[in-house]
Design a protein around this ligand. Structure first.
Ligand code: NAP
Length: 236
């Protein structure tokens, strides 16, 4: 039977590529996007369905879940991809106002919890649900604390800490769901050229999407509660 996937923030960037690559594997890849025009345009390009979804608005997540339930009855794959960086330029923690963290957390952290909780009843109905959270290497506490890490100077308090929180959220859900067939993992796409970073990344969005697609299509022997990139585990 065709698997059903929801990808949040799929109108562009890595999310769009995740939807495209899943659709290539005959998955029905629902394009979740907050802007109807951009979302529908992307979905049309992909030949996939669209659902309006602003991850920061609980009513929007609940309405999207109701629509998916009506249309498909269950959800096999949830990719929590939507994310913002909201001014990585505000690098110094001491000059970054707390409201900047709140803004980023609304999407990157609270948004993931909102969408996951809205969709989980549908994921539980799937035969082997997969939840993928788009994290970042910038969320790795181990790498951030290593002065020799290539990211040692990328000291973006709002974005980086939001992804560290997302990593813990991934572990929390994986633990709650450990006795089910659902697997919950965090993906690091690497540094990809997208709007998020003014297209400064050295990888393509398609390359970044690959790990999420792999985690979205894990078989029953795959990991859960893990933090992974193309070449394997990355340190928390
Ligand atoms: P992007 O091109 O800026 O795309 C971000 C997507 O998230 C857009 O579709 C955007 O929609 C959507 N979005 C933002 N806020 C939303 C909300 N409240 N509700 C629904 N959708 C929302 O960025 P990207 O690089 O593809 O990023 C995708 C994910 O990968 C993010 O979680 C990011 O943190 C992560 N990541 C990226 C990199 C990288 O190097 N690019 C590295 C590590 C991790 P709009 O078009 O409406 O704004």
């Amino acid at each position: 039977m065709t698997k059903i996937a929801l990808i949040t923030g799929a109108n562009k960037g890595i999310g769009y590529e995740i939807a495209r690559l899943l659709a290539e594997q005959d998955v029905t890849a629902i394009v979740g996007a907050r802007d109807e025009e951009r979302g529908r345009a992307a979905a049309e390009r992909l030949g996939q369905p669209y659902v309006r979804l602003d991850v920061t608005i609980e009513d929007s997540a609940v309405a999207a879940a109701k629509w998916i339930e009506r249309e498909y009855g269950a959800l096999d794959i949830l990719v929590n991809n939507a994310g913002i960086s909201a001014g990585l330029a505000q690098a110094l923690p001491s000059t970054t106002p707390a409201r900047a963290l709140r803004e980023v957390y609304e999407t990157n952290v609270f948004g993931v919890v909102t969408v996951t909780n809205a969709m989980l009843p549908l994921v539980r109905r799937a035969r082997a649900g997969r939840i993928v959270n788009m994290s970042s290497e910038l969320g790795s506490l181990t790498m951030a604390a290593d002065p020799d890490s290539p990211f040692a100077d990328a000291n973006f308090i709002a974005y980086n800490s939001s992804k560290s929180a997302l990593n813990m959220i991934t572990v929390c859900y994986a633990k709650e769901l450990k006795d089910t067939t659902i697997k919950v993992n965090a993906a690091n796409p690497g540094y990809c050229a997208t709007d998020l970073n003014g297209h400064s990344g050295f990888r393509t969005a398609e390359q970044g999407a690959a790990i999420a697609v792999r985690l979205a299509t894990l078989d029953e022997n795959g990991p859960t509660g893990a933090y992974l990139q193309d070449d394997g585990v990355i340190p928390w």
